[in-house]
Design a protein around this ligand. Structure first.
Ligand SMILES: [Fe+2]
Length: 383
């Protein structure tokens, strides 16, 4: 923790969330801490004006109508182009900073020996990359946060510490990226629970690889899982993931669902309902694809235990899944040829310079002293 205290520029004086004047609606849900382990239900307090995606929403007159109808939406220009370009530059510099031979101007240097570990799906999960300053700056971009504030009708949000995507074209040095159509939500917990997002940072046309979504799949989710409940399950490490089998894909097609690869400009925010089937495609061109996954949820959906676990993840500079309540936390130990990567990093190269908004998104300001943080410790973290 000392490194965090001495090096982060947390310039905030966040106030405790004022829940007294918030009109509450109460929904009881279950959640799962790990495969096979069910934990007590958390009561969700959602604003009555939060988007519901259940047929009862008003006409919003913006991208939220797309989200309700299709299960996904593109928020154009959530980040101004010049800022998006700077973030992409920082991401290229981060890759080159390993000094393994990768050169952004020479695609022949795209090779696993010259790069940190990146999966065939473009995911970079270790090296504390999720806490690099560029990632936190993107999470705090007003146009990104405000999209989630609109959906949940609250400014009291927390954000995931999810993967960073470095998708390079024509890779033959790593396994092929095969489709893994899935939804990121437990089928036993229906309804709109989570809005996922990613910020696109490079030009991304129809053939450039990236997110592909099943249009309208969210509206058929309950019916699908009821009718397909006896279909053999694809193994998953968490109940908050469900993979679509070939039969499942046929069911979606038979019910008129079409798959759509989303195109985007640098700075566009792509959003999708966690029930919407999706996966990502590799590029068919020479265009790389960079993206930061950004998922926010109302802090009211998280327990104090969740927030303490989330704080610990931040202090250890490790990641989470897309679920911001940090039920699952990651590791910074990447493997290279079966061994721990000698280039592993356990803290960011450029530690996040947080402002009041980003600090609130860590969830730390919402931790009650009696939940495990003393006033002295809280003060030290903020300084
Ligand atoms: Fe997903």
């Amino acid at each position: 923790m000392s490194s965090r205290r001495s090096t982060s520029s947390v310039q905030s004086n966040p106030t405790q969330p004022n829940s007294a004047n918030r009109t509450m609606s109460t929904t009881t849900t279950t959640t799962t801490a790990a495969a096979g382990q069910t934990v007590p239900l958390k009561v969700n307090y959602r604003s009555p004006n939060a988007l519901k995606a259940d047929g009862s929403d008003p006409v919003y007159g913006d991208w939220r109508d797309d989200l309700v109808r299709d299960g996904f939406a593109v928020v154009k220009g959530a980040i101004a182009r010049d800022r998006a370009d700077k973030y992409a530059d920082a991401m290229y510099s981060w890759l080159e900073g390993f000094k393994l031979g990768f050169d952004r101007n020479d695609l022949s240097t795209v090779h696993k020996d010259k790069l940190p570990h990146i999966t065939e799906k473009g995911m970079c999960l270790q090296y504390a990359v999720t806490h690099e300053d560029f990632a936190w700056s993107i999470r705090g971009e007003p146009g990104v946060v405000e999209a989630f504030e609109k959906v949940y009708d609250t400014q009291d949000l927390i954000v995931s510490f999810d993967a960073v995507n470095f998708g390079f074209p024509n890779r033959t040095d790593i396994p092929k990226n095969v489709p893994w159509p899935h939804q990121d939500q437990d089928p036993l917990l229906p309804g709109f629970r989570c809005l996922q997002g990613l910020v696109n940072l490079l030009p991304n046309g129809p053939k450039d690889g990236g997110l592909i979504v099943c249009k309208g799949g969210h509206r058929l989710s309950e019916q699908f899982h009821e009718e397909m409940k006896d279909e053999p399950k694809i193994p998953a490490w968490t109940n908050e993931w469900f993979g679509f089998t070939e039969n499942g894909m046929n069911w979606l097609a038979d019910h008129g669902c079409e798959w759509e690869k989303l195109s985007a400009e640098p700075g566009d925010l792509l959003l999708w309902d966690s029930r919407t089937p999706h996966y990502n495609l590799s590029s068919e061109t020479t265009q790389p694809r960079f993206a930061i996954y950004t998922c926010y949820m109302p802090v009211a959906d998280a327990t104090q235990e969740d927030l303490l676990r989330k704080k610990d993840a931040l202090e250890r500079w490790v990641g989470t899944t897309h679920w911001p309540n940090a039920r699952h936390t990651g590791s910074n130990v990447a493997k290279r040829d079966g061994e721990d990567d000698p280039h592993n990093r356990f803290e960011p190269v450029n530690k996040p310079r947080m402002n009041e908004r980003t600090f609130k998104l860590t969830g730390i300001p919402y931790i009650k002293p009696e939940a495990g943080m003393s006033a002295v410790e809280e003060s030290a973290v903020r300084s």
